[in-house]
Design a binder for this molecule. Structure first.
Ligand code: B16
Ligand code: MG
Length: 217
């Protein structure tokens, strides 16, 4: 049988959250805003524009749209410098095995990410060719937990929503998959991702048997 396997990028395939953090922290510091690792958790799966609003809110900083646009450009330029140095050693453990298994079983593999930098990152870590389609922050206007990114993804794979399986590390992403009527697979802590249909700490815990069952369901 054929299903649609949809992967989030940041926190699922690669750990770019640390680079987002460094770039946001630099900006926050220049504005006199205290921005910690804990605050960064709230930005996972959240769009760039919304992330800036959250950070400005932390410091009660108000700004014009023009100023905000300038900061967004600055943050992204810093972020791009970090991801420029990425290579395939930054692919998270177990991911390659899962991608290989799905490919050898002719299953559609789709990227469903909020990031506008998804393509260059996949290129950097050398796995762009595994993906049959990419749906990212450039293609959708509604951010997770809105299901738009995953609905477009399943559609590109020519599969009904109930045939889609979504791998996500963020609460907003799990909610988006659930709203879309897709199977949600959480990657991370079960206590945080408690709305997911099933949770794994990482991809090394996902067996071929589990994937085979999903395909044949
Ligand atoms: P960019 P994902 C998300 O990626 C990140 O989790 C989130 O922290 C980031 O703000 C967002 O992409 C936008 O990224 O600034 O590169 O467009 O988890 O949906 O793959
Ligand atoms: Mg993510």
């Amino acid at each position: 049988k054929t299903k649609a396997f949809i992967f989030d990028l940041d926190g699922v395939i690669v750990d770019t959250a640390k680079y987002h953090f460094l770039a946001w922290q630099k900006l926050a510091e220049s504005l006199g805003i205290n921005f910690t690792h804990e605050h960064n958790e709230e930005l996972k799966g959240v769009s760039r524009v919304r992330s800036l609003e959250i950070i400005l809110g932390l410091g009660n900083v108000e700004a014009t749209q023009e100023q905000k646009d300038e900061w967004l450009v600055q943050k992204n330029e810093d972020y791009l410098q970090y991801i420029d140095k990425m290579d395939d050693s930054e692919i998270l453990p177990g991911v390659m095995k899962v991608l290989e298994f799905l490919k050898s079983n002719q299953q559609p593999i789709i990227l469903g990410s909020a990031s506008k930098n998804a393509r260059p990152i996949l290129e950097k870590v050398n796995i762009l060719h595994y993906f049959d389609d990419i749906v990212d922050g450039n293609d959708v206007s509604n951010a997770k937990p809105d299901p738009e990114v995953f609905l477009v993804g399943a559609n590109k794979a020519n599969q009904p929503n109930e045939n889609a399986i979504v791998f996500e590390d963020s609460v907003a992403g799990i909610q988006a998959a659930n709203i879309a009527g897709m199977m949600s697979v959480g990657i991370g802590e079960a206590s945080v991702l408690n709305e997911a249909d099933v949770v794994f700490n990482n991809f090394t815990e996902i067996t071929e048997e589990f994937l085979r069952e999903l395909i044949n369901k």
